[in-house]
Design a protein around this ligand. Structure first.
Ligand code: F0G
Length: 351
C-alpha cells in the first residue's frame, strides 16, 4: 500500500475541512520494532520500540507539524514561528517550505544539536539564537504570535497535539492491541499529552477496551514535573528536553494520574548508557533525549517494577544522526589508525 501520510490516513480523527491543503512528506507509519536483547534484561513479555526517528525530518515532530502547517496555510497565514530545542524547528522549517510559507525559529544559543540546526538552515528558516534558554524563547514567541500576524507552531497550538496523537493509533495498530506501559521522554510535555489523548479517543470510540499506563521520563537536571515546580536553569546532555517550565504541564500530570502511571527522572549518565545500549544491542541509533524512555524502563526494571507478563512500548522520539557530536564523544578513542597494508590490518584484527 502507498502510505498517504498523516492527514489523509487519519482524516477521520483530525480537525480537517474541505479547504485544508493535504500536504505531506509521508510522515508517520513508523516501525514498532520488537526488542532482540533488552527484553530479557527488562524481564517482560514484550518490549517494543516505536522508532519515530524514521519520520521525514528524523523526529516525531512531523506528525503534529504537518497538521499545524496545513491549518496555518488554510487560515491564510504566511509566516509561522516556533521556539525550539531543535527538532520542532527542523520540522517547522521543512513543512513550511513544503507549504510555501516562511518560517522563523528561536533556539537557545549554543544548546541545539548540529543536525537539527543544519536542517532549519538548509530549509531556509530564519534562525534566531536567543541568549537564554528554551523557556525564555517560548515566552517571546507566545507574545509575538498573539500580537502579530504570525502563526504559532509550538505544541501550544492544539493542531500539533492532534497530529501527534496519531502515534498512539499506530502503536495499537502495529501491536494489534494496547500495551500495558508506554514509556516516553518528557520535555515540553506535548507528546505525553498527545499520546494520552489518542489512547483515550480510541477508548471512547470503542476501538480498544483498556488503556496503557504512561511512564514519562525527564532528565534529572531538567525535571520540573518530578519536582513539582519550574526549574530556572535546566541542564542536561539531552538538549532536546532541556526545558524548565513545560507548556503542557497540566496535560502531563493528567496523563500520569488518569493512567495511574508515573513521571520520574533519569540521570545524564543513565541516558547516555541507554543510548549506547540501544545502538549496540538493538541496532537502533537515537538521540540522547530519546534514550530517556529506555533509561527509565531499565531503571524501573532494576527497581523490580515489572512483574514479567507485561508489554512495554518505548517511544524513541528522534534519530541519532541529529546529534553527531554527543555520539562521537561517547565513542572517543575507538578509532585505530593503520597503514594501508593487509598484514597490518590482519595483525590488529588478530585473524
Ligand atoms: N524527544 C525529542 C527528540 C524532542 O525533540 C523532544 C522535544 C522531546 C523528546 C520531548 O517532547 O516536548 O513533547 O515533551 N523537543 C521540542 C523541540 C521541545 O523544540 O524540538 P515534548
Amino acid at each position: 500500500m502507498r502510505w498517504p501520510g498523516i492527514l489523509e490516513y487519519f482524516a477521520d480523527y483530525l480537525p480537517l475541512t474541505k479547504k485544508t491543503p493535504l500536504i505531506t512528506l509521508h510522515e508517520g507509519n513508523t516501525p514498532l520494532i520488537p526488542s532482540s536483547r533488552l527484553r530479557q534484561k527488562v524481564g517482560v513479555k514484550g518490549l517494543f520500540f516505536k522508532f519515530e526517528g524514521m519520520n521525514p525530518t528524523g523526529s516525531f515532530k512531523d506528525r503534529g507539524m504537518v497538521v499545524a502547517i496545513a491549518k496555518a496555510k488554510e487560515d491564510g497565514k504566511e509566516i509561522v514561528m516556533c521556539a525550539s530545542t531543535g527538532n520542532t524547528s527542523a520540522s517547522a522549517a521543512a513543512y513550511a517550505r513544503k507549504a510555501g510559507l516562511n518560517c522563523v525559529v528561536l533556539i537557545p544559543q549554543g544548546k541545539i544539536a548540529l543536525g537539527k540546526l543544519s536542517q532549519a538552515l538548509m530549509h531556509g528558516a530564519q534562525v534566531l539564537a536567543v541568549q537564554g534558554n528554551f523557556d525564555q524563547a517560548l515566552e517571546v514567541v507566545r507574545f509575538i504570535t498573539s500580537h502579530y500576524p504570525v502563526a504559532l507552531v509550538n505544541s501550544l497550538n492544539p493542531y500539533r497535539l492532534e497530529g501527534q496523537k496519531t502515534a498512539s493509533f499506530e502503536v495499537v495498530e502495529w501491536l494489534g492491541g494496547v500495551p500495558d506501559f508506554l514509556a516516553l521522554p518528557v520535555g515540553n510535555a506535548g507528546n505525553i499529552t498527545a499520546y494520552w489523548k489518542g489512547f483515550k479517543e480510541l477508548y471512547t470510540r470503542k476501538k480498544i477496551t483498556s488503556l496503557p499506563k504512561m511512564l514519562g521520563f525527564q532528565a534529572a537536571g531538567a525535571c520540573p514535573l518530578v519536582l513539582g515546580k519550574p526549574v530556572a536553569n535546566p541542564q542536561t546532555v539531552a538538549t532536546a528536553i532541556r526545558i524548565g517550565n513545560p507548556a503542557s504541564w497540566q496535560g502531563a500530570i493528567a496523563a500520569k494520574e488518569e493512567s495511574q502511571g508515573l513521571i520520574e527522572a533519569v540521570t545524564d549518565e543513565e541516558i547516555l548508557q541507554a543510548q549506547k545500549i540501544l545502538a549496540e544491542e538493538e541496532g537502533i541509533f537515537v538521540e540522547p533525549a530519546s534514550a530517556a524512555s529506555v533509561a527509565g524502563v531499565l531503571k524501573k526494571a532494576r527497581e523490580a517494577f515489572f512483574r514479567g507478563m507485561e508489554t512495554v512500548v518505548c517511544v524513541l522520539t528522534g534519530h541519532g544522526l541529529k546529534d553527531p557530536d554527543i555520539a562521537m564523544k561517547q565513542c572517543e578513542g575507538s578509532i585505530e589508525e593503520v597503514a594501508p597494508s593487509v598484514e597490518e590490518v590482519v595483525k590488529i584484527l588478530g585473524l
